[in-house]
Unconditional design. Structure first.
Length: 423
């Protein structure tokens, strides 16, 4: 594209001459497609809305070189680790988005001892705030940013009001919408569809990427679980623009491209076990218990065959380092991955003890979904897939196989309720 959005706003940010206010838009710690694109697209919408980017009647963009307000997308990962997200990196390359032009949470401007110090600018008292996208709760390491949060865009079930944000002005949370980008595209572009879609800033094919992946391209069995009517409405709007602007592009083929690269076994395993755990990891606080949760893009069985149980558990133990035995008992490492046709494996690990019998959690799940079938011998299945030679366990693991319709987003509220009710 002739108009390089990130490079244009980066110039304004680095110069800082006219700025009176900066709003950073922070995605979640997984930095998956939905999170990265939500931060990116929301910043575009807001910068158009505030006049930092101007559009002609035909949608041709130009930059206001001396704006007073600037919205900046921030990737909530360490700079240099984006290539762990193979699908995100692939999409950025496809649409000529330079990962180096983003801000990252590891950048000096976000360090707690140096927070928002614009030392090289004439105006050192720029008003600074943050918008959270695709998450509602800051991690323990980011809690120092809480007073700066003024707005939230999210599509996860909110189980408690985030009262820690004393300057929060608005919350735009809708559940169970499939993709957070759906909310943003709906509010900033679909709701103004009489205006020209700014396809010269953002390709409509790029814009629809997270919706395609998160809804599994609108598979019927995921309706009202992984997607709702709003997702489809926004998707159809974008698909129409894609057909008008890109005659030779087939959305179905593009979806397959992303899906294949996301789940490429060899490319994922080459990243190493540490990267596989880190790249799609979230932290959940369940009253006095804590869960670290990694979603694997490849089968748990493939990971175990490549690295073995011991190496996997050694990496789990890094998150228990320096903790007392009492503290360790209340920290659980959870994973999920697809393990074959229409099935997903969830593992719950603790180095000391799993404080419940599997029957208890099955009973809880049966209350919600009476059609679940737990007749499969999960331990035997895991053992068979591991070829029986890597079955050593230094802690305790609970394995649960559920239909593919279950995701971290839908299963986490269930587990939270279950764990919080444990005596």
């Amino acid at each position: 594209m002739d108009f390089n959005y990130l490079k244009e706003i980066k110039k304004i940010y680095e110069k800082g001459t006219s700025l009176l206010e900066i709003i950073f838009i922070l995605g979640n710690t997984t930095c998956d497609i939905d999170s990265a694109l939500s931060a990116y697209i929301l910043s575009i919408g807001e910068n158009i809305k505030c006049g930092t980017i101007n559009l002609s009647k035909k949608g041709k963009p130009s930059i206001n070189e001396n704006p007073t307000i600037l919205y900046i997308p921030v990737l909530n990962i360490k700079r240099g680790t984006l290539p762990y997200r193979i699908d995100v990196k692939y999409i950025f390359n496809k649409f000529q988005i330079d990962e180096n032009d983003f801000c990252y949470i590891s950048d000096p401007i976000f360090e707690s001892h140096n927070l928002f110090k614009y030392e090289n600018w004439e105006n050192k008292n720029i008003k600074t705030s943050m918008i959270l996208v695709d998450h509602t709760i800051l991690t323990d390491k980011e809690i120092y940013l809480a007073d700066y949060v003024i707005d939230i865009y999210d599509h996860h079930l909110l189980t408690n009001y985030p009262s820690l944000y004393k300057n929060l002005k608005r919350m735009n949370i809708r559940y169970p919408v499939g993709s957070c980008t759906t909310l943003i595209l709906n509010d900033f572009f679909y709701s103004k569809k009489d205006e020209y879609f700014p396809y010269k800033i953002i390709s409509p094919l790029l814009a629809v990427s997270a919706i395609l992946i998160d809804t599994k391209k609108f598979s019927d069995e995921f309706y009202e679980n992984r997607w709702v009517d709003l997702d489809k409405k926004v998707y159809k709007y974008l698909k129409k623009i894609i057909k008008e602007e890109y005659k030779n592009v087939k959305v179905k083929e593009y979806y397959k491209e992303i899906k294949d690269i996301k789940h490429d076994i060899q490319k994922n395993l080459e990243l190493g076990i540490e990267a596989l755990l880190e790249k799609d990891q979230k932290t959940f606080n369940w009253e006095h218990k804590k869960a670290l949760w990694s979603s694997f893009p490849v089968s748990y069985y493939d990971i175990i065959k490549k690295f073995g149980n011991e190496q996997l558990e050694d990496n789990y133990m890094k998150y228990y380092s320096g903790k007392s035995e009492g503290e360790m008992k209340d920290i659980f490492y959870i994973t999920n991955s697809n393990i074959g046709k229409d099935q997903k494996l969830f593992t719950i690990y603790n180095p000391i003890k799993i404080p419940f019998a599997k029957d208890e959690i099955i009973k809880e799940l049966k209350k919600i979904d009476d059609n679940l079938n737990f007749s499969v011998d999960i331990e035997k299945l895991v053992k068979e897939n591991n070829n029986d030679k890597v079955n050593k366990t230094n802690g305790e693991i609970c394995n649960i196989i559920l239909p593919d319709t279950y995701s971290r987003k839908s299963f986490e509220p269930i587990l939270k309720k279950f764990f919080c009710n444990l005596k």
